[in-house]
Write a protein that binds this ligand. Structure first.
Ligand SMILES: *Cc1c(COP(=O)(O)O)cnc(C)c1O
Length: 457
């Protein structure tokens, strides 16, 4: 067997030329998006009022297994891809585990996360359609940054609604976006009807992702030449993110390595969906078996404690409804939650796979996530994003289990990004001010009460 290097780099020529659409191999397809006004499946036409044409096609296509990646996008990818697959020799040694640990590192670009993989694709299709620009929301700021990089590259306008609490806590994120030419508005704002309504009802609100989404959608649909784009949750985003898994699989195949356990953090599900895609495809086709583990915060536990139901994707209820594991569209995680991954719902593709027992999910508390983050930084050198550190936590736990049992399992996890802009959260952790908060059943019930009556069909 070939000796495995610390970093497995692929050649530029080995960059995947096609994205893989996991839905093509699913027996039970994810449920269709519904129109909130009629509760009927959204048609292509209806979706095109909000989203870019080509992206709507990708969103609705449950049968085409591979989509060509346009040359212009491949060129952009070449600036920061293929991303390295790293064998965590140092971590293995420090843990004293017989397990072999690998991670796919997506933090090697200025936006600091995997989000750029879909941002460039979405901006490209907007440009191709002849649009002036795009609108979006951002929470922690990685998606807004990624999108502003992509729109700057292609010469498109970019309007970002940033959740007010992040806007105030992360001024440097905001300035990075402005460096790339985006306009950044704290949400809720007075720019939109939905923002004004929310401000009237809750004057001091620090905002939420669901609310910022409503504002961005309204802005796009009331301005000629604009469409709304979203950085997670949607099928099209999982499709673009399949590049993570395709590269990881190519790199592992080169050395004849087959992972036993594949782990990823889950906010809306895009990095996890992308990482597991080709492996899950094999499992669905009966060619190979893997364990897949989604990791979510205990304070925003959509998979582990949510309901599998049609729900609104935003607070203003202007977006299509999706069938997914959800905590209810008015669920807002506790204010002391610092680690990202705060969206109330989950990708409908991953929700279906989880519902069918094809993957597992666990939730972890934030102090244990930051302990893992710090341990990882001190061992492997990379300062991880809090979101990514959820996956690190569970990878370490699994490796320690192997130490007990003496099994030399192969663990692969997604290291989605770097944490340079999350130093306020790290500071809280270091000062002993970070607390764990697990919502009670009564807390969750408030969110569930907002889930609409389920359509019958
Ligand atoms: C956005 C983000 C996530 C979570 O989003 P998913 O769609 O669940 O992947 C995880 N890690 C980082 C660094 C992010 O920026």
């Amino acid at each position: 067997m070939k000796e495995i290097p610390y970093k497995i780099y692929l050649d530029e020529k080995e960059l995947p030329k096609k994205w893989y659409n996991l839905r093509a191999d699913m027996k039970n397809k994810p449920a269709p998006l519904l129109n909130p006004a009629t509760m009927k499946p959204m048609t292509e036409n209806e979706l095109e009022a909000v989203f870019c044409k080509e992206l709507v096609k990708q969103e609705l296509d449950d049968t085409t297994a591979y989509f060509d990646i346009p040359d212009e996008i491949v060129e952009f990818y070449k600036m920061y891809r293929p991303s390295p697959l790293i064998r965590a020799y140092c971590l293995e040694k420090k843990l004293g585990t017989p397990a072999h640990i690998y991670y796919k590192f997506e933090g090697n670009n200025t936006s600091g996360s995997h989000k750029l993989n879909s941002a460039i694709a979405q901006a490209y299709y907007a440009k191709k359609q002849g649009l002036k620009g795009v609108t979006t929301e951002t929470g922690a700021g990685q998606w807004g940054t990624a999108l502003s990089m992509a729109t700057a590259y292609l010469g498109l306008d970019c309007k970002v609604y940033m959740v007010k609490v992040s806007y105030e806590q992360k001024p440097f994120r905001r300035e990075v976006m402005r460096t790339y030419g985006a306009s950044v508005t704290p949400s809720p704002s007075m720019n939109t009807n939905v923002g004004r309504k929310i401000l009237e009802k809750h004057p001091g609100t620090s905002g939420s992702l669901g609310c910022a989404i409503s504002e961005a959608v309204e802005d796009a649909t009331t301005h000629e030449g604009y469409r709304y784009v979203l950085g997670s949750v949607l099928n099209q985003v999982l499709l673009h993110q399949s590049i993570i898994g395709l590269e990881a699989k190519t790199a592992l195949d080169k050395y004849g390595v087959k992972p036993d356990i594949i782990i990823g953090c889950a906010g809306g599900g895009s990095n996890l969906g992308g990482l597991i895609s080709p492996f899950m495809g094999q499992k669905l086709r009966g060619e190979a078996d893997y364990r897949f583990i989604a990791v979510e915060p205990a304070s925003c536990p959509s998979f582990t404690r949510g309901k599998f139901a049609y729900d609104f994707c935003d607070t203003g209820m202007v977006c299509p409804l999706a069938k997914m594991y959800t905590l209810g569209s008015n669920f807002i995680p506790s204010a002391n939650h610092a680690g990202g991954l705060r969206y109330h719902g989950m990708s409908s593709t991953l929700s279906q796979l989880y519902h069918d027992g094809l993957m597992e999910a666990v939730s972890v508390e934030q102090t244990s996530v930051f302990e893992a983050a710090e341990y990882f930084a001190r061992t492997e050198g990379i300062l991880p994003a809090p979101e990514s550190s959820h996956a690190i936590r569970v990878a370490i736990d699994q490796a320690l289990k192997c130490k007990e049992t003496g099994e030399n399992k192969v663990i692969l996890f997604g290291l989605t990004g770097t944490g340079y802009f999350d130093m306020v959260a790290y500071e809280k952790f270091h000062d002993g001010q970070m607390q764990d908060y697990i919502p009670t059943d009564a807390d969750l019930q408030q969110g569930f009460d907002g889930i609409p009556a389920q359509p019958e069909f």
